[in-house]
Design a protein around this ligand. Structure first.
Ligand SMILES: Cc1cc2nc3c(=O)[nH]c(=O)nc-3n(C[C@H](O)[C@H](O)[C@H](O)COP(=O)(O)OP(=O)(O)OC[C@H]3O[C@@H](n4cnc5c(N)ncnc54)[C@H](O)[C@@H]3O)c2cc1C
Length: 241
Protein backbone atom coordinates (compact mmCIF):
# COMPACT_ATOMS: atom_id res chain seq x y z
CA UNK A 1 0.00 0.00 0.00
CA UNK A 2 1.22 3.52 -0.83
CA UNK A 3 2.50 5.38 2.22
CA UNK A 4 0.97 8.82 2.51
CA UNK A 5 3.36 11.70 2.93
CA UNK A 6 3.08 14.56 5.40
CA UNK A 7 2.86 17.96 3.76
CA UNK A 8 3.39 21.39 5.26
CA UNK A 9 0.26 23.43 4.60
CA UNK A 10 -0.07 27.18 4.96
CA UNK A 11 -3.34 28.74 6.09
CA UNK A 12 -4.38 31.14 3.32
CA UNK A 13 -7.76 32.25 4.63
CA UNK A 14 -10.32 31.63 7.37
CA UNK A 15 -14.08 31.79 6.82
CA UNK A 16 -16.67 31.76 9.60
CA UNK A 17 -19.44 29.24 8.98
CA UNK A 18 -21.19 29.62 12.36
CA UNK A 19 -20.09 31.14 15.69
CA UNK A 20 -18.29 27.86 16.48
CA UNK A 21 -17.25 26.46 13.10
CA UNK A 22 -14.65 27.81 10.70
CA UNK A 23 -13.46 26.89 7.24
CA UNK A 24 -9.69 26.78 6.93
CA UNK A 25 -8.47 27.40 3.39
CA UNK A 26 -5.08 25.72 3.05
CA UNK A 27 -2.36 25.88 0.42
CA UNK A 28 -0.50 22.57 0.38
CA UNK A 29 2.57 22.50 -1.89
CA UNK A 30 2.88 19.07 -3.51
CA UNK A 31 -0.77 18.12 -2.79
CA UNK A 32 -1.61 15.16 -5.07
CA UNK A 33 -5.33 16.03 -5.44
CA UNK A 34 -8.32 14.28 -3.92
CA UNK A 35 -11.77 12.82 -4.47
CA UNK A 36 -14.92 14.22 -2.87
CA UNK A 37 -15.50 12.45 0.45
CA UNK A 38 -11.86 11.88 1.41
CA UNK A 39 -10.31 13.27 4.58
CA UNK A 40 -6.90 14.32 5.87
CA UNK A 41 -4.96 13.85 9.07
CA UNK A 42 -3.86 17.08 10.74
CA UNK A 43 -0.81 16.89 13.02
CA UNK A 44 0.10 19.53 15.57
CA UNK A 45 3.46 19.49 17.32
CA UNK A 46 4.28 21.60 20.38
CA UNK A 47 7.67 23.16 21.04
CA UNK A 48 8.48 20.41 23.55
CA UNK A 49 7.96 17.80 20.81
CA UNK A 50 4.51 16.58 21.99
CA UNK A 51 2.45 15.82 18.95
CA UNK A 52 -1.18 14.88 18.32
CA UNK A 53 -3.32 14.34 15.26
CA UNK A 54 -6.99 14.36 14.20
CA UNK A 55 -8.92 13.56 11.03
CA UNK A 56 -10.83 16.23 9.09
CA UNK A 57 -12.90 15.78 5.96
CA UNK A 58 -12.12 17.85 2.91
CA UNK A 59 -14.90 20.34 2.17
CA UNK A 60 -13.76 21.46 -1.27
CA UNK A 61 -13.73 19.89 -4.72
CA UNK A 62 -10.23 19.25 -6.12
CA UNK A 63 -8.57 22.61 -6.83
CA UNK A 64 -4.84 22.25 -7.43
CA UNK A 65 -2.93 22.71 -4.18
CA UNK A 66 -5.83 24.37 -2.34
CA UNK A 67 -7.86 22.39 0.21
CA UNK A 68 -10.69 23.58 2.48
CA UNK A 69 -11.44 21.97 5.85
CA UNK A 70 -14.35 22.98 8.08
CA UNK A 71 -13.76 22.44 11.78
CA UNK A 72 -16.38 22.51 14.51
CA UNK A 73 -15.02 23.68 17.85
CA UNK A 74 -15.59 20.96 20.46
CA UNK A 75 -15.66 22.53 23.93
CA UNK A 76 -12.65 21.27 25.94
CA UNK A 77 -11.22 19.62 22.84
CA UNK A 78 -7.47 19.46 22.42
CA UNK A 79 -7.19 20.24 18.71
CA UNK A 80 -10.40 21.83 17.39
CA UNK A 81 -10.26 24.95 19.65
CA UNK A 82 -6.73 25.60 18.40
CA UNK A 83 -7.74 25.20 14.76
CA UNK A 84 -10.82 27.41 15.10
CA UNK A 85 -9.60 30.07 17.52
CA UNK A 86 -5.82 30.35 17.49
CA UNK A 87 -4.69 29.68 13.94
CA UNK A 88 -4.03 32.76 11.79
CA UNK A 89 -3.42 33.22 8.04
CA UNK A 90 0.21 32.44 7.27
CA UNK A 91 0.45 29.81 10.03
CA UNK A 92 1.58 26.32 9.07
CA UNK A 93 0.08 22.89 9.76
CA UNK A 94 1.15 19.36 8.92
CA UNK A 95 -1.33 17.52 6.72
CA UNK A 96 -1.33 13.91 5.52
CA UNK A 97 -3.65 12.63 2.84
CA UNK A 98 -5.88 12.29 1.05
CA UNK A 99 -7.18 9.38 3.14
CA UNK A 100 -10.03 6.97 2.29
CA UNK A 101 -11.19 5.35 -0.91
CA UNK A 102 -14.66 4.02 -0.01
CA UNK A 103 -16.64 7.05 1.14
CA UNK A 104 -16.12 8.88 -2.16
CA UNK A 105 -18.31 10.11 -4.97
CA UNK A 106 -16.89 10.20 -8.47
CA UNK A 107 -18.34 12.68 -10.98
CA UNK A 108 -18.74 9.92 -13.59
CA UNK A 109 -21.35 8.30 -11.29
CA UNK A 110 -24.79 8.17 -12.93
CA UNK A 111 -26.96 6.71 -10.15
CA UNK A 112 -28.99 9.23 -8.15
CA UNK A 113 -27.31 10.27 -4.92
CA UNK A 114 -28.70 10.66 -1.43
CA UNK A 115 -26.58 12.64 1.02
CA UNK A 116 -27.53 12.54 4.70
CA UNK A 117 -25.44 14.68 7.06
CA UNK A 118 -25.68 15.31 10.79
CA UNK A 119 -23.93 18.44 12.13
CA UNK A 120 -20.37 18.68 10.83
CA UNK A 121 -21.10 15.50 8.85
CA UNK A 122 -22.16 17.90 6.08
CA UNK A 123 -18.47 18.59 5.31
CA UNK A 124 -17.59 15.68 2.97
CA UNK A 125 -21.11 15.82 1.49
CA UNK A 126 -20.50 19.45 0.54
CA UNK A 127 -17.33 18.35 -1.25
CA UNK A 128 -19.53 15.98 -3.29
CA UNK A 129 -21.99 18.77 -4.14
CA UNK A 130 -19.11 21.01 -5.15
CA UNK A 131 -17.45 18.25 -7.21
CA UNK A 132 -20.78 17.70 -9.02
CA UNK A 133 -20.96 21.42 -9.82
CA UNK A 134 -17.35 21.57 -10.90
CA UNK A 135 -17.80 18.62 -13.28
CA UNK A 136 -21.07 19.99 -14.71
CA UNK A 137 -22.68 16.67 -13.70
CA UNK A 138 -26.44 16.32 -13.93
CA UNK A 139 -26.64 13.38 -11.54
CA UNK A 140 -29.66 14.11 -9.33
CA UNK A 141 -28.66 14.77 -5.72
CA UNK A 142 -30.82 14.99 -2.63
CA UNK A 143 -29.39 16.30 0.63
CA UNK A 144 -30.91 15.78 4.08
CA UNK A 145 -29.06 18.00 6.54
CA UNK A 146 -29.83 17.45 10.22
CA UNK A 147 -28.71 20.14 12.64
CA UNK A 148 -29.78 21.67 15.89
CA UNK A 149 -30.94 25.08 14.72
CA UNK A 150 -30.82 27.43 11.73
CA UNK A 151 -27.80 29.35 13.10
CA UNK A 152 -25.71 26.16 12.85
CA UNK A 153 -25.99 25.85 9.08
CA UNK A 154 -22.63 25.55 7.35
CA UNK A 155 -22.30 26.87 3.79
CA UNK A 156 -25.60 28.68 4.30
CA UNK A 157 -25.25 31.16 1.41
CA UNK A 158 -24.01 28.57 -1.05
CA UNK A 159 -26.85 26.15 -0.26
CA UNK A 160 -29.48 28.88 -0.27
CA UNK A 161 -28.93 29.54 -4.00
CA UNK A 162 -30.78 27.02 -6.15
CA UNK A 163 -28.48 24.42 -7.71
CA UNK A 164 -30.09 22.58 -10.62
CA UNK A 165 -30.69 18.92 -9.77
CA UNK A 166 -29.98 19.34 -6.04
CA UNK A 167 -32.81 19.20 -3.48
CA UNK A 168 -31.91 20.32 0.03
CA UNK A 169 -34.00 19.47 3.12
CA UNK A 170 -33.11 20.82 6.55
CA UNK A 171 -34.08 18.73 9.57
CA UNK A 172 -33.83 20.82 12.74
CA UNK A 173 -33.52 18.85 15.94
CA UNK A 174 -33.99 21.63 18.55
CA UNK A 175 -35.13 24.98 17.13
CA UNK A 176 -37.02 25.58 13.87
CA UNK A 177 -37.46 28.84 11.92
CA UNK A 178 -40.79 30.68 12.27
CA UNK A 179 -43.56 28.98 10.33
CA UNK A 180 -41.54 25.82 9.68
CA UNK A 181 -43.91 22.89 9.11
CA UNK A 182 -41.76 20.08 10.52
CA UNK A 183 -41.51 20.15 14.32
CA UNK A 184 -38.03 20.02 15.85
CA UNK A 185 -36.82 16.45 16.26
CA UNK A 186 -34.35 13.82 15.21
CA UNK A 187 -34.40 12.24 11.77
CA UNK A 188 -37.29 9.83 11.16
CA UNK A 189 -38.37 7.28 8.55
CA UNK A 190 -40.85 9.87 7.24
CA UNK A 191 -38.02 12.39 6.69
CA UNK A 192 -35.95 9.92 4.70
CA UNK A 193 -39.03 8.78 2.77
CA UNK A 194 -40.00 12.32 1.82
CA UNK A 195 -36.58 13.86 1.24
CA UNK A 196 -34.71 10.81 -0.09
CA UNK A 197 -35.12 8.41 -3.02
CA UNK A 198 -37.23 5.25 -3.24
CA UNK A 199 -35.07 2.13 -3.02
CA UNK A 200 -36.13 1.11 -6.58
CA UNK A 201 -34.15 4.10 -7.90
CA UNK A 202 -31.00 2.37 -6.59
CA UNK A 203 -29.36 5.56 -5.30
CA UNK A 204 -25.85 5.75 -3.92
CA UNK A 205 -26.32 6.80 -0.27
CA UNK A 206 -23.68 8.69 1.72
CA UNK A 207 -24.34 9.12 5.44
CA UNK A 208 -22.00 11.12 7.67
CA UNK A 209 -22.12 12.50 11.20
CA UNK A 210 -21.91 11.37 14.81
CA UNK A 211 -21.94 7.59 15.27
CA UNK A 212 -25.53 7.37 16.64
CA UNK A 213 -26.88 9.50 13.78
CA UNK A 214 -25.13 7.37 11.16
CA UNK A 215 -26.47 4.16 12.69
CA UNK A 216 -30.05 5.48 12.87
CA UNK A 217 -30.05 6.65 9.26
CA UNK A 218 -28.41 3.43 8.00
CA UNK A 219 -31.09 1.37 9.78
CA UNK A 220 -33.83 3.50 8.21
CA UNK A 221 -32.34 3.09 4.73
CA UNK A 222 -32.03 -0.68 5.17
CA UNK A 223 -35.62 -0.89 6.42
CA UNK A 224 -36.72 1.05 3.32
CA UNK A 225 -35.13 -1.64 1.17
CA UNK A 226 -31.93 0.10 0.12
CA UNK A 227 -29.09 -2.26 -0.70
CA UNK A 228 -26.51 -2.44 2.12
CA UNK A 229 -23.66 -2.15 -0.39
CA UNK A 230 -25.09 1.15 -1.66
CA UNK A 231 -25.00 2.75 1.81
CA UNK A 232 -21.63 4.32 2.52
CA UNK A 233 -21.01 5.76 5.95
CA UNK A 234 -18.45 7.95 7.71
CA UNK A 235 -18.55 8.29 11.50
CA UNK A 236 -17.16 11.44 13.11
CA UNK A 237 -16.29 9.92 16.46
CA UNK A 238 -13.35 11.19 18.46
CA UNK A 239 -10.12 10.46 16.54
CA UNK A 240 -7.40 11.14 19.10
CA UNK A 241 -4.03 9.42 18.91
C1 LIG B 1 -12.98 10.46 9.25
C2 LIG B 1 -13.27 11.63 10.18
C3 LIG B 1 -13.51 12.88 9.62
C4 LIG B 1 -13.80 13.97 10.46
N1 LIG B 1 -14.07 15.17 9.86
C5 LIG B 1 -14.38 16.23 10.65
C6 LIG B 1 -14.72 17.49 10.03
O1 LIG B 1 -14.77 17.65 8.80
N2 LIG B 1 -14.99 18.55 10.87
C7 LIG B 1 -14.96 18.41 12.24
O2 LIG B 1 -15.19 19.41 12.93
N3 LIG B 1 -14.63 17.23 12.83
C8 LIG B 1 -14.33 16.14 12.08
N4 LIG B 1 -13.99 14.94 12.67
C9 LIG B 1 -13.83 14.91 14.16
C10 LIG B 1 -12.38 15.33 14.52
O3 LIG B 1 -11.46 14.34 14.06
C11 LIG B 1 -12.13 15.48 16.03
O4 LIG B 1 -12.58 14.31 16.69
C12 LIG B 1 -12.82 16.71 16.62
O5 LIG B 1 -12.35 17.90 15.97
C13 LIG B 1 -12.53 16.81 18.14
O6 LIG B 1 -11.14 16.90 18.36
P1 LIG B 1 -10.58 17.67 19.64
O7 LIG B 1 -9.11 17.39 19.72
O8 LIG B 1 -11.00 19.09 19.63
O9 LIG B 1 -11.34 16.97 20.85
P2 LIG B 1 -10.74 15.81 21.80
O10 LIG B 1 -9.70 16.41 22.69
O11 LIG B 1 -10.34 14.64 20.94
O12 LIG B 1 -12.02 15.41 22.61
C14 LIG B 1 -12.57 16.27 23.65
C15 LIG B 1 -13.89 15.73 24.14
O13 LIG B 1 -14.87 15.87 23.09
C16 LIG B 1 -15.36 14.59 22.70
N5 LIG B 1 -15.40 14.61 21.22
C17 LIG B 1 -14.36 14.41 20.39
N6 LIG B 1 -14.75 14.50 19.11
C18 LIG B 1 -16.05 14.79 19.15
C19 LIG B 1 -17.01 15.02 18.13
N7 LIG B 1 -16.69 14.95 16.81
N8 LIG B 1 -18.26 15.30 18.52
C20 LIG B 1 -18.59 15.38 19.83
N9 LIG B 1 -17.73 15.15 20.84
C21 LIG B 1 -16.48 14.87 20.49
C22 LIG B 1 -14.36 13.58 23.21
O14 LIG B 1 -14.97 12.33 23.48
C23 LIG B 1 -13.86 14.24 24.47
O15 LIG B 1 -14.76 14.03 25.52
C24 LIG B 1 -13.77 13.83 11.87
C25 LIG B 1 -13.52 12.57 12.41
C26 LIG B 1 -13.29 11.48 11.59
C27 LIG B 1 -13.05 10.13 12.21
Amino acid sequence: MRRLAWHVAKLAEIRDETPTARTLVLDIPGWPGHLAGQHVDVRLTAEDGYSTQRSYSIASAADGERVDLTVQRVADGEVSPYLTEELRPGDELEIRGPVGGWFVWRPDGTRPVLLVGGGSGIVPLMAMIRAREQAGSRTPFRLLYSLREPGERYYAEELRKPISGLDVTYLYTRVVPDGWARPAGRVTVADVNTGGWPAEFRPECFVCGPTGFVETVSDILLAMGHDATAIKTERFGPTGG
